[in-house]
Design a protein around this ligand. Structure first.
Ligand code: 2HA
Ligand code: ZN
Length: 264
């Protein structure tokens, strides 16, 4: 039945499309990365009421802003290169319970969601309860951006943002809120989730030290593009360093000129 829902299938198709990019970019070794998309607005009342395929699973905290919401979520241990080929073999639709305390898998197969689910849901909950229409949480492992987080001077949000913005004009245009930084935390933990939510107060893209990148937004393709543009900037920076010189970077005046020109 959900296969007849063209809008939902198009959105799941975008997950598959982006999963393929993550793999071909080399950002998704083994089961690296995960994606969750709030698809509630694309579902009919009947579809939202589909019977559960497995017993409910408790959440670590009440998701007050997500009661009854439905998400497409990539599966735990699943590889992005296979999400690209068969999203419903490597991900599932889950529904948050009416009291916000648990979730159930409702379609299409009982594929358990990513280990980062409690963390993704607490971010969705934070964003919705603050009136932000960011339906997407995308986490991935871009080699060059993770590489930067191994340089202590880049663990300063302003310095990191300024360095990457200054490589190409598009970077400030596409990532106008700059980059938040979360110091190392164990993957999949609520400590990592809480530290990330703090950074989401000001940013849509957050670097996790020595681990990866997390982006939130209204559109999955835009989330991917933001990370891709940052990766391009990092590659320009590293290319210059490997050629033996420090890249000059755009000047403050050049960077500020973008603010008016593009209403940033
Ligand atoms: O899904 O990337 O951070 C595997 C991970 C955990
Ligand atoms: Zn990760």
């Amino acid at each position: 039945m959900i296969r007849d829902n063209k809008e939902l299938m198009a959105e799941v198709g975008r997950v598959a499309e982006v999963a393929g990019y993550l793999w071909t970019k080399g950002w998704a070794e083994r089961n690296g990365g995960n994606i969750s998309v709030n698809v509630t607005h694309l579902m009919s009342e009947d579809e939202k009421a589909l019977p559960a395929l497995a017993a409910p699973i408790a959440l670590p905290a009440e998701m007050a802003a997500l009661k009854g919401h439905v998400f497409f979520v990539t599966g735990t241990g699943k590889r992005m290169r296979y999400v690209a080929q068969a999203p419903f073999e490597n991900g599932s639709l889950i529904r948050i319970s009416a009291d916000g305390m648990s979730y159930e898998i409702i379609a299409e197969k009982p594929i358990p969601p990513t280990s980062e689910l409690p963390s993704h849901l607490s971010m969705h909950n934070y964003l919705r309860s603050n009136g932000r229409d960011s339906r997407i949480v995308l986490h991935t492992h871009p080699t060059d951006l993770i590489g930067l987080t191994h340089g202590p001077k880049f663990l300063d949000s302003e310095y990191l943002t300024r360095t990457l913005w200054a490589m190409i004009p598009e970077c400030r245009i596409i990532v106008p809120k700059g980059i938040g930084i979360v110091r190392y935390e164990i993957p999949g933990t609520m400590d990592l989730a809480r530290a990330t939510i703090k950074q989401l107060e000001k940013h849509d893209v957050v670097f996790w030290e020595k681990h990866g990148i997390l982006a939130v937004g209204e559109d999955l393709i835009e989330c991917f593009d933001a990370i891709d543009t940052l990766s391009k900037s990092a590659q320009i920076y590293f290319s210059a360093r490997m050629a033996g010189f420090e890249p000059e970077g755009m000047t403050d005046a050049q960077l500020d000129g973008l603010v008016d020109a593009f209403n940033l």
